[in-house]
Design a protein around this ligand. Sequence first.
Ligand code: ADP
Length: 254
Amino acid sequence: MGSVGAKEVPVLLGPDGRRIDGRKVDELRPIAITAGPLHQADGSAFVEWGQNKVMAAVYGPREVHPRHLQENNKAIVQCRYNMAAFSVDERKRPGLDRRSQEISKVIAEAFESVIFVEEYPRTSIDVYIEVLQANAGTRCAGVVAASVALADAGIPMVDLVPAVAVGKVGDAVVLDLKKEEDNFGSADLPMALVPQSGRLVLLQMEGHLSRDELARALDLGVVGCRKIYEVMKQALRDRYRTDGPGPAAEGMAA
Ligand code: ADP
């Protein structure tokens, strides 16, 4: 442990280049995805990724509520990202705070750009993301879960949308930050990708990266997204096998 002022800062990168949980800089946390675990929703998915546990449920296309939000030439995409009170170490105040509203908005916009919304005018496609356990990267886990849930609901999209956060700890650009790395690292860059075209549909950044580091972070994120994409597709394949859903899983280096 090093220390900065009164705050204890864990050693985030060892002399062997390994991270706090033993991962290499380009290694993802283990990820497992189950498609279709909820029977009441039109589509659903459960993602366990590191210590994150995130459920997504999708409804629609269905009637728009409230009515005045209806668009005559396309479906609207509404998203609600919510963190359960018990999802973090200290109880989180329940309800939609500013952070949840921001995350809901950027996720809705990401999906609006990949769903064929023109095919369903005057309807709503509603995406619910419930974070049951949080350990950094929950918006990315939410995008992954929602994407598989949308596919499970049969909503036509240009592609599935894998997502991952990249960041900087010590001098290193690293893939898929966990909580300590998010808290004590110097940059956090969540991103979501359309794999076929390489188009980014979500890109946010907190902290500082040089131009070179940003380029490296984006490259690392794209490779990470492509790995996650394979797990997402496998989850959907498993869903439609006759022996029912089971988690598609992988623990891997990008
Ligand atoms: P993301 O989960 O997408 O990385 P943030 O960077 O905002 O989003 O949050 C990082 C992590 O900080 C979360 O995954 C969670 O573990 C923790 N966190 C976020 N909000 C709260 C909160 N209100 N109380 C306690 N921990 C929180």
